[in-house]
Design a protein around this ligand. Structure first.
Ligand code: FAD
Length: 313
């Protein structure tokens, strides 16, 4: 039997591949980047990692909870906080919510853990064609585990009907990482920034990581990102100024860097958790959820994997 080909080694693609593999079917993951993880990405400076994509994750479904408990037992994930701050009308207040989980060595390490035993090849896929072929490789089924705009452009014109269903254009974001020589702001874990033209969110990465390093990560609004997508670094000044205003910081950082996410978040939600056509082309990821998040992407991958295993089994 030809293997199932999963395109994309984010948490959804890896969850799908594990599920298909666990059903005894041959499966291979093709990933264009050098690492697994997708939007659960880190940047490494020296020995230290910083989460530059997803900031944390929450847990509500027992299937995901079981995986998270394994991560906690092995020290890969830890409960971070249930209390963030809110910056609104130039004031900070606290806001409680569900437990947010972080990963001491970065969220990407969690996807790497799920990928143990899964064959992942570094390959940028160009076309999914009828037959069924992925860049000429014959396959029993294909999984597109990525944002809609990235999935749409892989589909051969004969899959026009499917392409038309992948209509979520996703919103962009910029992530600013700024490091200081010492902590010069009052203690916060994270801050939701309300009604600001530049920022939506700030995380204290030292507290998130547990090493107390004086490093902050700020995420931009979609509009701000759209204005700076071509030259993200030109957004540094405005993002830094907004960050310093939110946390009342008057010292300059010792270093900054900006990361561009062209497809950061789905712009809308869906009620179905995956899509699988008669031709055995499946789509999964965080856009297949009414709460697009890490947990939803994982569950979407698992459910599509089960559906493919059912049909092929
Ligand atoms: C800035 C930011 C902040 C976020 N904050 C949070 C948060 O705090 N909490 C939370 O729960 N979620 C958060 N998220 C969302 C979370 O990261 C996603 O929901 C989740 O990681 C999506 O996983 P995925 O597997 O669906 O997609 P992705 O992680 O995007 O994986 C898709 C993979 O497909 C690969 N790929 C694409 N095209 C090709 C191709 N042609 N060939 C081969 N490979 C390809 C990509 O390289 C990528 O690895 C955030 C995301 C961003 C960007």
């Amino acid at each position: 039997m030809d293997p199932v080909i999963v395109i994309g080694a984010g948490i959804a693609g890896i969850a799908a591949a594990r599920t298909i593999g666990a059903a005894g079917l041959p499966v291979v993951v093709l990933e264009r980047g050098r690492n697994v993880g997708g939007r659960m990405a880190v940047r490494t400076t020296g020995e230290r990692v910083v989460d530059i994509g997803a900031s944390y994750f929450t847990v509500s479904d027992p299937r995901f909870e079981a995986v998270v408990q394994d991560w906690q037992r092995s020290g890969l994930a830890r409960p971070w906080t249930d209390t963030f701050h809110l910056f609104d009308a130039a004031r900070l207040s606290t806001k409680s919510g569900p437990m947010r989980w972080s990963a001491p060595t970065g969220l990407r390490s969690l996807v790497a853990d799920l990928a143990v035993g899964v064959e992942v090849r570094c390959q940028q896929v160009a076309t999914v064609a009828p037959g069924l072929r992925v860049d000429q490789l014959p396959t029993a089924a294909v999984v597109l585990a990525m944002p809609d705009p990235q999935a749409r452009r892989l589909l051969h014109p004969e899959f026009a009907a499917l392409a038309a269903e992948l209509d979520d254009d996703f919103e962009p974001a910029l992530a600013l990482v700024a490091a200081w020589s010492r902590q010069c702001w009052n203690e916060v874990d994270g801050v939701f920034v309300s009604d600001d033209p530049t920022l939506t969110w700030v995380a204290d990465d030292g507290r998130r990581r547990g090493d107390q390093a004086p490093v902050l990560v700020a995420h931009s609004t979609p509009n701000f990102a759209n204005e700076h997508l071509a030259e993200p670094v030109q957004g540094t000044g405005a993002m830094l100024a907004a960050l310093q205003r939110v946390l009342d910081i008057d010292e300059p950082p010792v270093s900054t860097s900006v990361h561009r996410w062209s497809f950061a978040h789905p712009a809308s939600t869906r009620t179905s958790t995956y899509l699988l056509t008669e031709a055995m082309v499946g789509v999964c990821g965080d856009a297949w959820s009414n709460r697009p998040r890490v947990e939803a992407a994982y569950l979407s991958g698992v459910e599509l994997g089960e559906a493919i295993a059912d049909r092929l089994g």
